[in-house]
Design a protein around this ligand. Structure first.
Ligand SMILES: Nc1ncnc2c1ncn2[C@@H]1O[C@H](COP(=O)(O)OP(=O)(O)OP(=O)(O)O)[C@@H](O)[C@H]1O
Ligand SMILES: [Mg+2]
Length: 314
């Protein structure tokens, strides 16, 4: 089995009453950026913990770079980088001291230690801030420092659990530019995220729902799973609009986003005039109405909605 390869078969984790991860299969090639998407509680963190060798599965097997996640967990932990969802930095230590701390934990010593710290400070664009206490960093800088700490031992596989959660868009973009550099360097990246624009940057995406990966594919493959066409309506009366439109012929589904309603129809050109007419008749003011291309976002919501309801023994 080659370095950077991630493989899981029937990976399963039960907590007392919760089936957190249910029979997950993965086969991720070296150098991929694999994105794991799913709602709160879907099982993303639990999956990542098992793959990173920090939590034992209830059943199933997984290998990362050929290391068995149970029987070779110790070796595995030195081979992979893992940035936990709630990773901890030492707030009163400086940026540099945090890196030194992780270097010591991972046995990065001597000239290699200093060279690697310098490299990572540059890489994470934190050079100017190296003497600042971690607590005094902005949210985005903390995430970059967390990433730098996870990279201290030059891992060939990187697990990132919602690494940009709560970070502003500009910092998120910068963080992803750093991930792109790692991707170019051949690191396999396994990342969970709630942001669909980030999912678009992955080579493949898995949609996790209630402990299972219910769909998997490239972002464009997943977008193509959306059946029918999409019409976007901007209106100041979303509730009435949704109520009226949902009853019309050819409408399969509606999704609300702020002041915008996305309407799934069988044929946008044919249904658009009907929708306009029905809204006009109800005196609903429409600021904009036009056919639009489905995004990954719509695909996911539609896929999750059409998933069977949870069974009673969940
Ligand atoms: N240590 C634990 N003990 C008991 N139940 C747990 C434990 N860890 C997770 N769970 C439960 O397992 C399920 C999956 O949790 P997990 O944290 O893996 O989901 P997640 O997809 O990472 O969610 P989030 O988006 O909120 O981070 C949830 O129902 C959670 O409550
Ligand atoms: Mg989580």
């Amino acid at each position: 089995m080659s370095i950077g390869h991630i493989y899981a078969q029937n990976l399963t984790k039960h907590f007392r009453h919760v089936q957190a991860v249910r029979g997950v299969n993965l086969d991720i090639a070296p150098g991929e950026i694999y994105g794991l998407i799913g709602p709160d509680g879907a099982g993303k963190t639990t999956t990542i913990r098992m793959l990173a060798g920090v939590m034992k599965p209830t059943a199933g097997t997984a290998r990362v770079s050929g290391f068995d996640v149970v029987h070779q967990a110790e070796k595995l932990r030195h081979h992979v980088g893992y940035m936990a969802q709630r990773f901890s930095l030492y707030g009163d230590l400086s940026v540099r001291e945090n890196l030194e701390f992780y270097a010591d934990i991972f046995g990065v010593r001597g000239a290699e230690r200093e060279a690697q710290i310098q490299r990572l400070l540059r890489f994470a664009r934190l050079e100017e801030f190296q003497d600042r206490a971690a607590d005094a960093l902005s949210g985005g800088m903390k995430k970059k420092l967390g990433l730098a700490c996870a990279l201290i031992h030059r891992p060939r596989v990187l697990f990132l659990d919602e690494p940009t959660n709560g970070v502003d868009p500009i910092s998120r973009r910068e963080f992803w530019d750093i991930l792109s550099d790692l991707h170019l360097a051949g690191v396999t990246i396994f990342v969970s995220t709630a942001y669909m624009d980030e999912a678009e940057r992955c080579s493949r995406v898995g949609l996790m729902y209630q402990g299972e990966i219910i769909q998997q594919g490239t972002p464009s493959e997943l977008r193509q799973l959306v059946r029918g066409e999409l019409i976007a309506i901007v209106t100041d009366d979303l509730i009435t609009t949704e109520r009226i439109v949902a009853q019309l012929d050819g409408v399969s589904e509606t999704q609300a986003y702020g002041d915008r309603l996305h309407v799934f129809v069988d044929d946008a050109a044919r249904r658009l005039p009907d929708i306009e007419r029905a809204l006009r008749a109800a005196n609903v003011r429409v600021t904009q109405i036009r056919p639009t291309a489905p995004r990954l976002h719509e695909a996911f919501i539609a896929l999750v909605k059409h998933q069977r309801p949870p069974t009673a023994d969940n």
